[in-house]
Design a protein around this ligand. Structure first.
Ligand code: 5AD
Ligand code: SF4
Length: 483
């Protein structure tokens, strides 16, 4: 859907002069935006600033880097906070509280906007793919200047220009597009690591999940484009890549020359300069023996598998439309632990799915005990309008869900701590990510299994792989020392 009123002759002329080919077209709009941003900076007597605030998952984080890439090319300077001339919220709609946070902050943004004549506000991301959200923004938040969806990021430069030359709310959202445009400008948040999209969208339709409706059908990028992007990242000094997709294990299925995710990993492994490979997220129904084998033989693939289970009850898994049962999952875990004894297993669990009984919940608890996850994200079921689960009977009462959630969290935390403690006294290689925020004499590094270690060091270590000794376990992280 595209709602656009062009009432401005200047904008009409700009649009008419635009090239049609995607990359040329966006280059052209970046130039137009740059001239306009320069004019506004001159009028304001200071550089125009921008702030991209990301809610939600790694996919959104990557999209935000693309948005920031265009903004910097157009002459905006990134600001520390939302006191900026252009604030963009990249939203998430997976759970309701993420949506409420956005609405909550919009009130605050409107007060900032009243004090800054240059200020513009844009909303993008998954929430904007929902019609009722767009209606609400239009009715209740008319001060928002630009609304665009997850499939419009590639033409953000064009939308930016439309916004700069209009004085009404621009809304541009397409549904179900699976167009992939390569080689957009990008500003990476970290110099030494980067996310790399390998698939977009999702075909799984888990009955609680809104993602397939807002992100569209699954589409894989061409392997050559992925490899070229990673080679470029490596030549820019990136040592760790995180391959991103809603279900990376089904990568490659729809391509003209299908390849498997495990084959793609082997290609990435060959790239000089890349020292670590991570990926997210794995679906238990598609995780292959081939992948386990490739991981076992790899020197670069990190010892971490995020394998969302969602529930330990086969009955609930069926209603969730997950296409595996408890037994299949436990067998998979057994196989993984046999072949990859040092792997950290993490998961996502939903509590309070419609119809979940105490027995179902106890099955989840017992599965958690049996698997012994290194860590787990636990979520209270959130009703998402438009998903099958939203209209299922027997929504579980809030107090019951809260009680189950607390019991699960306690179990998960105890196990995580126990798992982490087992590494105490060992040595590990970490990738140094930052100077410690609380104590500047320490740096923070990440182990292959995703655990964090704080140890004495300075900012020159950032982006380096360093061998450390894990002196003391502090629950979910370590204090260490350099070897
Ligand atoms: N309610 C609660 N959690 C959800 N997730 C997805 N949809 C919902 C929902 N409606 C969780 C799943 C998924 C993670 C990214 O978010 O556990 O794995
Ligand atoms: Fe949502 Fe299921 Fe797709 Fe994950 S696999 S994004 S939970 S529908």
């Amino acid at each position: 859907m595209s709602k656009k009123k062009i009432i401005n002759t200047r904008l009409t002329a700009i649009l008419e002069a635009a090239p049609t080919e995607d990359l040329d077209r966006q280059d052209y709009f970046i130039k137009v935006a740059k001239e306009e941003v320069a004019k506004r900076s001159e009028a304001a007597g200071r550089p125009m600033t921008c702030c991209v605030n990301t809610f939600g998952c790694q996919m959104n984080a990557r999209d935000s880097e693309k948005i920031l890439g265009v903004l910097e090319k157009a002459g905006y300077v990134e600001s520390e906070d939302e006191h900026a001339d252009f604030v963009i919220y990249n939203t998430c709609t997976v759970r309701e509280n993420a949506c409420n946070r956005v609405y909550g902050r919009l009130g605050y943004l409107s007060t900032l906007k009243k004090k800054n004549e240059f200020m513009k506000i844009a909303l993008c991301g998954c929430m904007m793919q929902e019609e009722h959200v767009r209606e609400k923004i239009h009715q209740s938040y008319p001060f928002v200047d630009l609304v665009f969806g997850t499939h419009n990021i590639y033409k953000f430069a064009e939308l930016l220009v439309e916004m700069l030359f209009s004085d009404f709310q621009i809304v541009e959202v397409v549904e179900g597009s699976n167009k992939i445009v390569e080689e957009l400008p990008i500003v990476r948040k970290y110099s030494y690591k980067s996310g790399v999209n390998i698939t977009f969208g999702c075909n799984n339709f888990c009955s609680y999940c809104i993602v397939p409706y807002v992100r569209g059908r699954e589409k894989s990028r061409e392997p050559k484009d992925i490899i070229r992007e990673i080679e470029k990242l490596a030549s820019d000094g990136v040592v760790e890549v995180m391959l991103l997709g809603q279900n990376v294990n089904s990568y490659g299925k729809g391509l003209a020359d299908p390849i498997t995710f495990a084959e793609l990993l082997q290609e990435v492994e060959k790239i000089d300069g890349i020292e670590r490979i991570r990926f997210m997220t794995s679906h238990p129904k598609d995780l292959s023996d081939e992948l386990i084998e490739v991981m076992a033989n790899s020197k670069k693939i990190c010892r971490h598998l995020h394998l969302p289970v969602q529930s330990g009850s086969s009955r609930i898994l069926k209603i969730m439309n997950r296409h595996y049962d408890r037994e299949h999952y436990l067998n998979l875990v057994k196989k993984i632990r046999e072949k990859l004894p040092d792997v950290a297993l993490t998961t996502d669990i939903i509590v309070g799915f419609p119809g979940e009984t105490e027995e179902d919940f106890l099955e989840t608890l017992s599965l958690v005990k049996e698997v012994e996850y290194d860590s787990a994200f636990t979520f209270i079921y959130s009703k998402r309008t438009g998903t099958p689960a939203a209209s299922m009977p027997d929504q579980v009462p809030e107090d019951v869900v809260k009680d189950r959630f607390d019991r699960l969290l306690k179990e998960v935390q105890e196990i995580s701590e126990k798992r982490a403690r087992a590494y105490e006294g060992q040595d590990a290689t970490v990738l140094v990510e930052s100077v410690n925020e609380q104590d500047a004499s320490l740096v923070t590094g990440r182990m292959s299994n995703n655990l964090l270690v704080h140890f004495p060091g300075d900012k020159d270590l950032i982006g380096k792989l360093v061998d450390v000794h894990l002196d003391t376990c502090k629950g979910f992280y370590f204090l260490g020392s350099r070897k």
